[in-house]
Design a protein around this ligand. Sequence first.
Ligand SMILES: [Zn+2]
Length: 208
Amino acid sequence: MIFFLYTILALFTFMFFLMLFLPLSFLSVAIMTLINAPVQLFYLLTHPEVRKNHALEHATIHVLEELVPVKLSGVSNPNGFIIQGVSDPYLVLQATHEAKRRLLSGEKDLAVHPQCGTTSVVTALVFAILFIVFSIFFGLFSFVNLLLSLVLGAILGNVLSPWVQRYITTDWRVHDVEIENAELIIRGWSVHGVFVHTRKGDVKWSIR
Ligand SMILES: [Zn+2]
């Protein structure tokens, strides 16, 4: 009987701390996101070379996914991008040239990818804004606040991501991106991915 009472007491204490600390930890995550996410988005907005490599990375993944039935991922930087999930540099290089050709011939949607990291940044940002706004209306320790912020954050994050990708984190106008080569990256004993080196070309062009 005593053991049973102790178990109930321990369970209630655990629930009490969970209800106290869960909203507080979500609040600290929300505040950090309100600072970090806009900084990340602003970095991309002000670095056109990364946005163009990011567009080329997405388009290359689309082209490769039409050829190979595996899920691929990628990361872009000012010098190019890495594609993870393939190990053939020649295939990736051909796909990159094809991706550039298709982007410039009007297939701008190739610059947007459903599995892009932009989605998690936007989802986290929407959650952070809603969690803080709802905290004012429903109270910080309200379950409704937490549930609504999580659900709406996930829905709106996915809805807004393509728009944010199109106008902030990618730029399909890759006329002046020169594709140099593709290099197999080995880390330890396994293939890390294929890095496509790009550089800014001298092509002069105007925006339509
Ligand atoms: Zn992406």
